[in-house]
Ligand binder design. Structure first.
Ligand SMILES: [Zn+2]
Length: 341
């Protein structure tokens, strides 16, 4: 979900809310003006505050409601604009209903995907060219079949100005036992190159399992991005579990921390650019793999590799001895921030 500009109807809130997201034409969300002050710069944007556009709201006024602290906002509130308490109660009910509906939509979509096994249809759509593309990227045909990788000739995706279309490779995300979680699209001709991966709207994000038929083992490598994880699983050490997080900035809320917390050893292998300090970074800046390892604790090790994980195997022909060396050189992390609230 990307951040957007706060609609003018909510201008009075412009200094008190952050992380505005558009949920539908009538509904936005953001941090809460009252309780949403504690925001992690590297985590998911908070969406606890529901903003109803006037055309949607019962009273025809812009209305906001926090599902965490119950804070209510309406336009003109600061100027003591009086609104009938019954109207406010109705607006609150609407805001809650909007939240419930969104959850229901998510479940419906999940069901559509799962009962229709839509990934099989997308998998069947792959021709020689598409299979060749996956192969060139280090994924042999038996793995393409096993992971139900696919292709769609026309995928709509949202841009800053509206919708555009592109062919896309499809990557279904499964949990253990091939329980479907979400679908990811790798756009072939995105309008912005850096923004080519999109998740199915409404289904949210998840971590990626490269071997959904097997339980997570004691030794795990966590990569950045599904495709890199596949390559590490296929070409790297055979007995290790390989998982991927959606991106270097999106690992806190994809469920992976909970899944690996009891594993004996967790290697975090993100892209080399993670270790480059951004120009606008504050004094407390730490690379994302270091934050990840710190979150897990003593069993985590950070791999710092000068090339991307898939390039290491495909372009530089890394062998097993080199992978073992990389693991031996992985470092342990102890930050003094574990006591934060
Ligand atoms: Zn709140």
């Amino acid at each position: 979900m990307r951040e957007v500009t706060l609609p003018s109807e909510f201008a009075e809130l412009s200094n008190s809310v952050q992380y505005v997201q558009r949920k539908s034409p009538h509904e936005y969300s953001s941090s809460c003006p009252k309780c949403g002050g504690c925001i992690h710069p590297d985590g998911e944007p908070p969406d606890r505050f529901v903003l109803l556009m006037p055309e949607r709201s019962y009273a025809g006024i812009p209305f906001g409601f926090c599902r965490v602290c119950g804070y209510k906002w309406w336009q003109g509130q600061d100027g003591n604009k009086n609104v009938d308490p019954a109207v406010i109660a109705e607006l609150e009910r609407q805001a809650k209903a909007a939240e419930t509906k969104r959850n229901a939509d998510r479940l419906t979509k999940l069901q559509q995907f799962s009962t229709g096994e839509l990934w099989n249809e997308l998998h069947r759509r792959m021709g020689e060219e598409q299979r060749g593309w996956w192969m060139k990227n280090g994924i042999p045909e038996d793995w393409q079949d096993y992971l139900r990788l696919g292709y769609t000739p026309k995928r709509s995706y949202r841009t800053k100005t509206g919708y555009e279309y592109s062919p896309a490779y499809t990557i279904p995300y499964f949990g253990y036992g091939f329980v479907f979680k979400t679908m990811q699209y790798r756009l072939c001709n995105p309008s912005a190159l850096a923004d080519r991966y999109r998740f199915e709207q409404d289904l949210g994000t998840s971590f990626y399992m490269t071997t959904p038929s097997q339980k997570i083992g004691d030794e795990v490598v966590v990569c950045e991005g599904a495709k890199k994880g596949m390559v590490v699983k296929i070409w790297g050490e055979p007995n290790i579990t390989v998982l991927s997080v959606p991106s270097k900035n999106d690992w806190r809320n994809c469920g992976v921390l909970e899944e690996v917390k009891d594993c004996g050893r967790i290697y975090i292998w993100f892209d080399p650019d993670c270790f480059i300090r951004p120009a606008n970074a504050g004094n407390n800046w730490q690379p994302q793999p270091v934050l990840f390892a710190n979150e897990i604790g003593n069993n985590a090790r950070v791999i710092e590799c000068p090339v991307k994980a898939d390039d290491a195997f495909i372009h530089y022909h890394m062998d097993m001895a080199e992978m073992f060396a990389l693991k031996r050189q992985a470092f342990k992390v102890r930050l003094n921030t574990r006591t934060k609230p």
